[in-house]
Design a protein around this ligand. Sequence first.
Ligand SMILES: Cc1cc2nc3c(=O)[nH]c(=O)nc-3n(C[C@H](O)[C@H](O)[C@H](O)COP(=O)(O)OP(=O)(O)OC[C@H]3O[C@@H](n4cnc5c(N)ncnc54)[C@H](O)[C@@H]3O)c2cc1C
Length: 469
Amino acid sequence: MASIPESALASLQDALTSSIVYTPSSPGYQESLIRWSGTGIKQAGIVIQPTAIKDIQTALLWAQTHNVDLAIKGGGHSVAGTSSSAGGLVIDLSRMNNVTVHPSTKTLTVQGGAVWKDVDEAAAKHGLATVGGTVNHTGVGGLTLGGGYGWLSGGYGLTIDNLLSATVVLADGRVVTASAAENEDLFWGLRGAGYNFGVVVDFVFQAYDQTDPVYAGIVAFTPDKLESVVGELNRLMETPDPRSAAFCILATPPGAPGPMVNVLVFYNGTREEGATHFAGLLALEPVANMVDMVPYEQVNALQNPMATYGGRKVLKGVFFQTPLSGEFLREVLEYLTEKDKEHPELVPALLLEFYDMRKTCSVPLGDTAFANRSATQNGAVNMRWTDAASDGVFRAMARELQARFKAQYEAENGGSNPDDVPQYINYAEPGDSVVNNIYGANLPRLQAIKAKYDPTNVFHKMHGIPKSA
Ligand SMILES: Cc1cc2nc3c(=O)[nH]c(=O)nc-3n(C[C@H](O)[C@H](O)[C@H](O)COP(=O)(O)OP(=O)(O)OC[C@H]3O[C@@H](n4cnc5c(N)ncnc54)[C@H](O)[C@@H]3O)c2cc1C
């Protein structure tokens, strides 16, 4: 993209009143580009970090007048760089991260640039919590706008199922509220395809009284236990408990010779309740058991040591049904182990989520734009390395794993169904989707809403909505 003329840059800087501004010659410019993954970093023409809506309006209109590429940054976890711009304008919302707790209504007003740590900690001060991301440095923005699963999903559904309203700055600079009572078509679209309509400057969530502490932590098993562990996770899903969830993580802990079978367990209750629920799993003789009572606001920090910033990464979504085949997962573990040995610079991991999906599935598919209301479980291949020259090799490996999961799903379901959207949109960045149409049956309505609120397609970087034929 051609660089932005100096005169245009100066006109934006003059018009802004509440923003920190970085251009390539400013001190701190490179730091302002940092994203969770190096693959998401792009050299922007200008980065602004506003604290007031007025500057967002000004910047949006400026970008359109000067035909400048635009990106909105929430928590910055897009590995494909959808919150970054090569040569254009980044509106980085990270300084708009206030959380206001309303104890009388048990609601939370969260600014569009907050991360889940901000929410968990503010809500916990009032004994409250809502459904948020399980890695607490992910952004409220991206995670909410694509749906949002978290440890409390068994009880309260998706993050969007607890969204009461949002304030959005549209491409034409108007500021609108979207809720069940106002601009309800926009509210519908925001919940599952929300990156496509504007800059969301605040979200209002329903929160709930939260038990504190909760039962959570990692249990690690040697690879030979894989089938028994999967069998136990399958058994738990036969009689799901809305207060419980578990992640099976095939990854190599520091010092281990290869990938181990790790399970991150969660029970929203007492030690006794958690230990009883996971008794079968704990009886499988783990080599490490780090489960304990954890303050609720720290639960979403448990995975942080495995999900640090830095390096180059892929995050590619997979999907599966329970019961998950132990034989299939054994083949996957062997593949990961082989690649781990072959490529010492690679840190491979596969995370499989086991949620009680009944609450999520109780919302009819047409009630929100989110197209994946099914009992299908999600997972993600998450690989990390350092050398950009290896991007192609490791992305191909992640795609290979994705393809294996898809083939397994289709084999179990008698082929693929074009109306079926088993893939979670937030784990499928543009180009990574292995389903034909990530919006499924909700696409035509989304196209109409897009034409109304963003007719010139200013917001298109994350799963842009294709125009109707
Ligand atoms: C380590 C890790 C853990 C994760 N854990 C979970 C999990 O537990 N549950 C889950 O459901 N998902 C999870 N995800 C997926 C996550 O939901 C997506 O990666 C999400 O897009 C990240 O949002 P972000 O704001 O951090 O990223 P960004 O890169 O800032 O944004 C992602 C997209 O959303 C847009 N966007 C962000 N904020 C706004 C806003 N306020 N207004 C308009 N557009 C906006 C951006 O423009 C961009 O296109 C995880 C991802 C990672 C990398």
